[in-house]
Ligand binder design. Structure first.
Ligand code: SAH
Length: 396
């Protein structure tokens, strides 16, 4: 098996079972080691440390798979990792009220580069790395064996694949495509999900628990669901007794799906809700001028920081929308604000929201701290897996 030798003194993160090996830690790569294939990691002193898959094109040159010298990376390995991931979702699988959740959360499930989401009888797969791309047919076969899905959709149409030298890909890995949007259930609420053309893998599964938490502040209130996508938070808010909900998003397709989702849950999309197409930054400004007021505002923007260089600009953007949202809240109103930028830490995010409250001249109290759902676990060896953070604030 081809070998990679680390630089002296660079084995600490490998010993701590961090799954990423960066080029800076590597002294030597066997020339005949093919990209995408399994390599052995040795210390400078020649001691075997770990085994993983290689890609010279990526800054993360190796994603480590095992620290057990006896464990071969064969079909039995992939099957057991998938089985472990599935076992970790047993409580969700047994919940008759929910049939959509993340089945495999990549590094955090010991399967670097692989995401699998379950949507009712369907699976959606994302292959983010060359190493996973190479074993895609095997993984597909194993997922069919273990989950017996109606079909498996591939949604590897993501930018990160460029870093691996891979082109975006999407289509069917197994069986025929669903005839249209697939209906899923989450805590007994029903949603239509477009597996082939929706954002991400179709739905923001990571917000499931937060939708329920945030809904508990909505009874009787006028709610603004900003960056609404297909209106997940809106359905929960109305189900909890909100008086009225506005879905605000720049995507017309998302708003249209949002209306269908309201109707699917027995709500009147015209009387109880409104869909507004526009740029949140602009619309909130306009509404401030027009003295619009809400009792609850949800801010769930897309990822603003994709790399270190973008953190400062992202921080300004987060501050901007949060400042505006606070000014649009009735005294005593609730702001549920999220960031899914992994590079913006929970600590930095709280500081940004603090800055927004000072500039908005409003006092804000943190009443809840939110995170990604339990089907998006954070492996302690891999704190990078924690990306979603939310603050629920009462704003005076
Ligand atoms: N809260 C949603 C997920 C939001 S994802 C849920 O629970 O499902 C982010 C959404 O923001 C996407 O639907 C995207 O279309 C929208 N978006 C991105 N930039 C925007 C902008 N500047 N103004 C309005 N919507 C925007």
């Amino acid at each position: 098996m081809p070998t990679i030798t680390l630089k002296p003194g660079r084995e600490k993160s490998v010993r701590n079972r961090h799954p990423w090996l960066f080029s800076g830690a590597i002294q030597h790569i066997d020339r005949d080691a093919p990209d995408g294939e399994i390599v052995e990691i040795h210390s400078d002193a020649g001691q075997w440390l770990a085994r993983g898959y290689l890609n010279r094109r990526s800054q993360i040159q190796v994603r480590l798979l095992t620290w057990d010298a006896e464990q071969a990376i064969d079909e039995a390995f992939w099957r057991s990792r998938l089985q472990q991931a599935i076992a970790g979702r047993a409580a969700l699988a047994a919940d008759p009220q929910t049939n959509a959740y993340r089945l495999v959360h990549a590094e955090s499930d010991g399967l670097p580069g692989l995401v699998v989401d379950r949507y009712s009888d369907w699976l959606v797969v994302q292959c983010l790395t060359l190493g996973i791309e190479q074993v895609k047919p095997l993984l597909t076969r194993l997922l069919v064996e273990l989950c017996q899905p109606a079909g498996i959709v591939e949604r590897s149409d993501v930018e990160v694949r460029q870093k691996e030298g891979l082109r975006p890909m999407m289509g069917m890995l197994h069986d025929a495509a669903p005839a249209g949007p697939v209906e899923i259930m989450e805590h007994g609420r029903r949603f239509l999900v477009d597996l082939l053309a929706g954002q991400k893998t179709g739905f923001y599964l990571d917000q499931r628990e937060n939708r329920r938490r945030v809904a508990s502040y909505c009874p009787g209130g006028r709610v603004l669901n900003a960056f609404s996508y297909s209106g997940g938070f809106a359905v929960y808010a109305l189900a909890a007794g909100a008086q009225h909900v506005v879905n605000l998003d720049s995507s017309l397709e998302a708003l249209e799906l949002g209306e269908r989702n309201l109707a699917l849950n027995g709500f009147d999309p015209d009387a109880q809700a409104e869909g507004v197409a526009g740029d949140v930054f602009q619309v909130l400004r306009d509404w401030r001028t027009a003295s619009q007021r809400f009792d609850v505002i949800i801010l769930d923007p897309p990822k603003f920081a994709h790399n270190q260089q973008q953190i400062e600009r992202a921080a300004r953007a987060y501050k901007d929308i949060n400042l505006l949202a606070m000014q649009l809240l009735q005294p005593g109103g609730v702001l549920a604000t999220f960031s899914c930028s992994g590079l913006v830490s929970a600590d930095l995010f709280q500081k940004i929201i603090f800055g927004a409250s000072v500039d908005a001249r409003r006092e804000a109290q943190v009443i809840e701290r939110l995170s990604q759902g339990p089907d998006h676990p954070v492996l302690l060896n891999f704190p990078e897996g924690e990306y979603l953070k939310g603050l629920v604030c009462r704003v005076w």
